[in-house]
Design a binder for this molecule. Structure first.
Ligand code: B12
Length: 210
C-alpha cells in the first residue's frame, strides 16, 4: 500500500481539506488508480472517523470538517472515475430518504456506480416518496437506490416502495443500503440490499442483467 494513501486518510481524519486535495492530486500524479485512492484512503479515513465518533473520540463539528475534506478529495477524483465510461451500464436514481440528511455513503455509492458506467441521478438528501415517484416516471431508471443512516428513517424506504407500487411503478428495482439497513429488512420491503459501495456496484450489475 503506497504511504501516500495512509497520509490522505490521516489528513481526512484531521479535517485538513487543502492537505487532502494536495495529496490526492499528488497520488493521481504518481499514477495511483483513482478508485484505489477512494477505497484505500478516503473510505478508510471516513470509516475511522465513524469509529472515533462512536467511541466519543470525535465530535459532530470535527466529523463535518472531515466529511468536507473527504468531499474535496472526491471532487478531484469524480471526473476521473467517470471519464472512461463509454457505454452506460444503466440508469440509477440515488437518494437519501425523507428525514435523513446523511449523504456521505450515498455519494460514495453514486460515485462507484458512475465509475462502473452507470448514469446516476442523485436527488440529494431528505427525499420524499412523492419525489422518488415523480422523478422515476420521468427518468425511467433501471434501479432506484435509497440510503438511510437513521433507524427512524428506514420507514421512509418502505413508504417509498409503497408509493412506487401505488403509482403503478411496482416493477421498479429498488436497492437499499446504509448502516441500520439489513438484508432481512430489504427483503421485507421488496428491495435488494448491499452493505457497501463496492458490493452495491456488483448488485447493480446483477440486477440490470436480469
Ligand atoms: C457523519 C455522520 C453525521 C453527519 C452527516 C454528514 C453528511 N453529510 O453525511 C452529521 C453530523 C450531519 C450527522 C447528523 C446526525 N446523525 Co449522524 N452520523 C455520522 C456518522 C459518524 C458517520 C456516517 C457516515 O458517513 N459513515 C461513512 C459512510 C461511508 O458509511 P455509510 O453511510 O454507512 O455508507 C456505506 C454503506 O452503508 C453503504 N450504503 C450507504 N447508502 C447506501 C445506499 C445503497 C442503495 C446501497 C446499496 C448501499 C449504501 O455504502 C456506503 C459506502 O460503503 C455515523 C456513525 C456511523 N458509525 O456510521 C453517525 C450516525 C449515523 N448518526 C446518528 C445520529 C443519531 C445523527 C443525528 C440524529 C444526531 C443529532 N442528534 O443531531 C443527526 C441526524 C441528522 C439527520 N436528520 O439525518 C446515529 C444514528 C443512530 C441510529 N441508528 O439511528 C449514528 C449511527 C451515530 C451514533 N452511533 O449514534 N451525522
Amino acid at each position: 500500500m503506497p504511504a501516500i494513501l495512509e497520509q490522505i486518510s490521516e489528513a481526512l481524519i484531521d479535517g485538513m481539506s487543502k492537505k487532502v486535495q494536495g495529496l490526492v492530486n499528488k497520488a493521481v500524479e504518481e499514477g495511483i488508480d483513482p478508485k484505489s485512492i477512494i477505497n484505500d484512503s478516503l473510505l478508510v479515513g471516513m470509516s475511522e472517523v465513524a469509529d472515533l465518533f462512536q467511541e466519543g473520540e470525535m465530535f459532530v463539528p470535527e466529523v463535518l470538517v472531515a466529511a468536507k475534506a473527504m468531499n474535496k478529495g472526491m471532487e478531484i477524483l469524480k471526473p476521473m472515475i467517470t471519464e472512461d465510461d463509454l457505454e452506460k451500464a444503466g440508469k440509477v436514481i440515488m437518494c437519501t430518504v425523507k428525514g435523513d440528511l446523511h449523504d456521505i455513503g450515498k455519494k460514495l455509492v453514486t460515485m462507484m456506480l458512475e465509475g462502473a458506467g452507470y448514469e446516476v441521478k442523485d436527488l440529494g438528501v431528505d427525499v420524499t416518496p412523492e419525489k422518488i415517484v415523480e422523478v422515476s416516471k420521468d427518468y425511467k431508471p433501471d434501479i432506484v437506490g435509497m440510503s438511510a443512516m437513521l433507524t427512524t428513517t428506514m420507514v421512509s424506504m418502505r413508504d417509498s416502495v409503497s408509493a412506487l407500487e401505488e403509482a403503478g411503478l411496482g416493477d421498479t428495482v429498488v436497492m437499499v443500503g446504509g448502516a441500520p439497513v439489513s438484508e432481512k429488512f430489504a427483503n421485507e420491503i421488496g428491495a435488494h440490499y448491499a452493505g457497501d459501495a463496492s458490493t452495491a456496484v456488483k448488485l447493480a450489475n446483477k440486477l440490470v442483467s436480469k
